[in-house]
Design a protein. Structure first.
Length: 127
């Protein structure tokens, strides 16, 4: 019989205690690695007009001011401007909450259409 800290144990009990200790240490190690890597899986990469950005994941699609915002795409802005008389689109620029679509009408005169970038409403048509 073996003596461990004043307690006598049989050899099979000693092997059992060592095995359980190793299993518990291995489980703790695996769980700490798994929990440490979990936040890395929650983030993503967004590629957009502003370049490549890391998306942390916890605000996916949400803004501090409320529900998700849908921004008007450049193609949608050009399509709305064509309904206002624009024939040839020279450029689409985003300026804060507004979009400006520049081009010419059917007579060749310069025209600019100012749109709200969220709703797509026409704010102004400059000829």
């Amino acid at each position: 019989m073996f003596r461990v800290r004043g307690v006598s144990r049989r050899p099979c009990e000693e092997v059992y205690v060592q095995t359980i200790s190793k299993i518990m240490a291995g489980t703790a190690l695996v769980m700490s690695i798994g929990l440490g890597a979990a936040p890395a899986f929650a983030q993503g990469i967004s590629i957009g007009p502003g370049g490549v950005q890391v998306d942390p994941g916890y605000r996916r699609g949400l803004d501090d001011r409320g529900p998700p915002r849908s921004e008007l795409s450049r193609g949608d802005a050009a399509r709305i401007a064509r309904r206002e008389g624009l024939v040839d689109v020279d450029g689409v620029d985003r300026r804060g909450p507004r979009m400006m679509v520049r081009g010419s009408d059917r007579r060749g005169d310069d025209i600019s259409v100012i749109l709200d970038s969220r709703s797509g409403d026409v704010i102004d048509v400059r000829r």
